[in-house]
Design a protein around this ligand. Structure first.
Ligand SMILES: Nc1ncnc2c1ncn2[C@@H]1O[C@H](COP(=O)(O)OP(=O)(O)OP(=O)(O)O)[C@@H](O)[C@H]1O
Length: 580
């Protein structure tokens, strides 16, 4: 039995086998079937992989140790997700198109790098598991993730290690950005140490399920993707649904602060459940990041963190970051601390280290900037294309056969917003305050589209701490455990897919049970249904919910709706407070 299955992921590849027949009542999201140890999966190139123990469960899929049939060592991993899920599809295509071994090798040569924390794909395919179609990818196996050390240390990492990780992650960003993509979900749980001999000197950035083309044109907020990522670290641009290179750098910055043992303000203030509040907090934080950092670091802000965050706050949305400059700030800090930028990454804290300092790096500005060849990004204009949509083409893309060099890499395992808009100095970076996101003008130039949410209501993002949230219309999100009470009107455009979950309040003393109403509507249905049981009940709060299509008197879609149907990015749903 599937552990949970959504009836159908829009636009996804789910075939009949993964269709509604397997729906688990009451569940809205899909998790993979469990693969039994010893199961053999055959990839598209007819390579065979034996499944070992499960070594990780992400928000959408499961990761197993695996060995090539005939090999003993479980030096690979298989990541498996139901075919209808978007993230693994996106991740697989990113690897197949952009992270080939040769590209990685070439980048390393060009930039004089011994190692690059960029994973690659060994194989991919599809498999039927308990009658449900799954997609899998095979990758090299890496070691422990950095979050393990962060937690073990009481939520901090040695300062020198923080700076080394920053340098290594900037290398990965530079590679990824040179392919036209951003990662958008860097966090300690997605950074794994290598397993090769000396592997612990290099960290690898995994989980490319949110990879997308970054924008090079205008800054257009996209309600469909707002708040994507892991809520603690989601960048201000990602809160508005815009993938940018500066956003990746900002995400890294929030992580660096946290790794230094400092609680991020929106975490400290317990705002994570409300993405809009987190967004506002980040905007106010970044408006005057110098002052914000001083308040956060009572013992003094390191020059590296201060310079980096100030630099990030000034980048334009379509500007190529100066990776060398950023790396140099961290290199200078390491130099001052007399910590070499080589050898195994140290995760043990020194006994007398303070919350964010092993030894104090300078508070003065570094001046020397290492000169390295500028890379010439293969930039793709993403104003119209920033997500890889599911199609059968994947079945035709054959992965590279494992080369002897690949084999050598695989070794036996050991272990696993208000002022900001006004202050955005560049015309290219028209930041929109979070408070204005509800106004029609701020949304993609679609004057008729409204998204007026109460501060406590987020349409799809639930602000799950530490967990990746993806609004991509491919992947169903886990149902929020929160119950909101609200009165509103829904104007539903012709092309909307809407699910309204209404939990009826239990009346005191009546012994009534709460009543769930699920009211789905789609482009194909003109009438919007509400559960008849609740509609009959005149006293029920459910009765105060009005759902109607935006249709004019002649029965045609209203001009605004028609206009919207040309723009898949405009919000399909209008939520307004219901006034009686
Ligand atoms: N190549 C690998 N080698 C070893 N362990 C891995 C590898 N890839 C992933 N893992 C482990 O599995 C966990 C989940 O992986 P991953 O983040 O890719 O899954 P996910 O479903 O996309 O998760 P989420 O979206 O919730 O972050 C990681 O935190 C890590 O511990």
């Amino acid at each position: 039995m599937p552990r949970a299955v959504k009836p159908k992921a829009p636009g996804a590849l789910a075939d009949k086998k993964s269709g509604p027949a397997k729906k688990a009542k009451g569940k809205l999201y899909a998790m993979p079937e469990k693969l039994k140890e010893g199961t053999v999966l055959t990839d598209l190139a007819k390579g065979q992989w034996r499944i070992g123990p499960s070594i990780g469960i992400g928000g959408f899929g499961e990761i197993y140790a695996a060995s090539r049939v005939g090999d003993k060592s479980q030096d690979a991993v298989v990541k498996c997700e139901p075919h209808g899920n978007g993230p693994l599809f996106v991740e697989m295509h990113f690897y197949l198109r952009n992270a080939k071994m040769d590209d990685i090798k070439q980048f390393k040569q060009q930039h004089g790098l011994k190692e690059l924390g960029m994973p690659y794909i060994l194989a991919n395919g599809s498999a039927d598991v308990n009658g449900q179609k799954h997609r899998f990818i095979v990758m090299p196996r890496y070691g422990s993730d950095v979050s393990k050390f962060y937690i073990e240390n009481g939520k901090r990492l040695p300062e020198g290690t923080v700076y080394r990780l920053a340098i290594q992650m900037l290398d990965v960003y530079q590679f990824m950005h040179s392919t036209g993509y951003v990662h958008a979900d860097l966090k300690a749980a997605n950074i794994l140490l290598g397993l090769d001999k000396g592997g612990a000197s290099q960290a690898y950035l995994v989980d490319f399920g949110l990879a997308s083309h970054y924008v090079t044109g205008d800054f257009k907020p996209d309600p469909k993707k707002m708040h994507n990522g892991t809520i603690e670290y989601t960048s201000r641009d990602a809160h508005m649904g815009v993938p940018t290179r500066r956003a990746d750098l900002e995400i890294l910055g929030y992580n660096l602060i946290e790794w230094l043992g400092i609680e991020l303000p929106w975490v400290r203030d317990k705002l994570l459940g409300v993405p809009l509040k987190v967004q506002k907090a980040k905007e106010s934080f970044m408006n005057d990041v110098g002052t914000s950092l001083k308040q956060l670091f009572p013992q003094g802000v390191s020059a590296a963190i201060g310079d980096y965050m100030k630099y990030v706050s000034k980048l334009a949305h379509n500007e190529a970051p100066d990776y060398d400059k950023c790396r140099q700030w961290f290199l200078n800090a390491l130099k001052q601390m007399k910590i070499p930028n080589s050898g195994e990454l140290e995760f043990k804290l020194k006994p007398h280290s303070s919350n964010n300092n092993e030894s104090s790096p300078p508070k003065t500005k570094p001046n020397a900037v290492r000169k390295v060849k500028k890379d010439s990004p293969r930039v793709m204009d993403s104003s119209t294309d920033d997500i890889i949509y599911a199609s059968d083409e994947e079945e035709k893309v054959l992965p590279k056969k494992r080369s002897p060099a690949d084999k050598r890499k695989l070794k036996p395992p050991t272990v696993s917003p208000k002022k900001r808009a006004l202050q955005a100095k560049s015309q290219n970076s028209p930041r929109v305050p979070a408070t204005d996101l509800s106004s029609s003008k701020s949304l993609s130039g679609t004057p008729n589209s409204k998204l007026n949410c109460s501060p406590g209501l987020s349409l799809r993002s639930s602000g799950r701490p530490g967990k990746t949230v993806i609004n991509d219309d491919l992947t169903p999100n886990p149902r929020s455990k929160k119950t909101y009470e609200f009165n509103f009107e829904l104007d539903v455009s012709m092309d909307a897919n809407v699910i309204v979950n209404v939990k009826r309040k239990k009346k005191a003393g009546t012994g009534e049970q709460p009543n769930d109403v699920n009211s789905p509507s789609s482009s194909s249905s003109k009438a919007v249904k509400i559960n008849s049981a609740s509609a009959k009940d005149k006293d029920s709060p459910v009765k105060r919910i009005n759902l109607r299509k935006l249709i004019n008197e002649s029965g045609a879609a209203s001009p605004s709706t028609a206009a919207r149907s040309h723009s898949p990015r405009t919000p399909a749903v209008t939520v307004r407070k219901y006034r009686r």
